[in-house]
Design a binder for this molecule. Sequence first.
Ligand code: GLP
Length: 264
Amino acid sequence: MEVIIQPTTDKAALLVARLIARRLRAKPALVLGLATGRTMEQVYDYLADMHRRENLDFSLCRTFNLDEYVGLAPNDPHSYRYYMDKHLFSRVNIDKRNTHLPNGAARDLAAECRHYEDLIHDCGGIDLQLLGIGADGHIGFNEPLSALRSRTREKALTPATIRQNSALFRGGEGAVPRRALTMGVGTILDASHVLTLVTGAEKAAILSKAVEGPITSMVTASALQLHPDCRVIVDEAAAKRLRGRAYYRWIFQNEPEWQEFRNR
Ligand code: GLP
């Protein structure tokens, strides 16, 4: 794992967008794992910008989102499908048939989850998975006690997650679905590369647990410590409680692979 600290939220999101763009240019038929949440909005703004200004090409790119709420139709403004259309897919030249999210409105949810795993497998697996971290340390909707080898399945959300995500629901907490379909921790760990973005002071405590604490299913983001190619990009506010801050800064300043991203 590598932790990269950026001075501002903006710069952290821009670095993530640049790293995605670099992979997409190197492999136009990239299989990209995507995440939702407020943290990602800026990343998608930057990617849309790069498409407009630099012709960043999504025409061959295939995407798989981490999760979707159970019971919401794709055209529901609170669904993650709607979020993705709004923040990214409608703003770049992606072929909508190449964009995938689990269908939370499917009649047979278990079959839908198996089908989702098969689709990922048939595409050759995920090349690059983008991730955020929930307030309780979840990745996707892998709430505390999710098996670290879990696959795509239905999960009940914790009251804390329902509260946290209610900010995006017009009807408040009562309107937030109680369940979701989510890639498992095992599904996420199968991606070739993982890019995690964590910003803001309110994530500082959970970030230190995820990155520097023990690996535990109570904080599913801690399982990323097992991944052989995982980068965690953070801003100063989120980095506040990391004990290894000085070392992480040194890495960004000195490792040759980060040279093209310094002082930009
Ligand atoms: C939801 C998503 C997660 C995301 C989290 C953080 O719970 N399922 O994938 O990481 O929100 O959201 P935010 O970026 O709004 O803090």
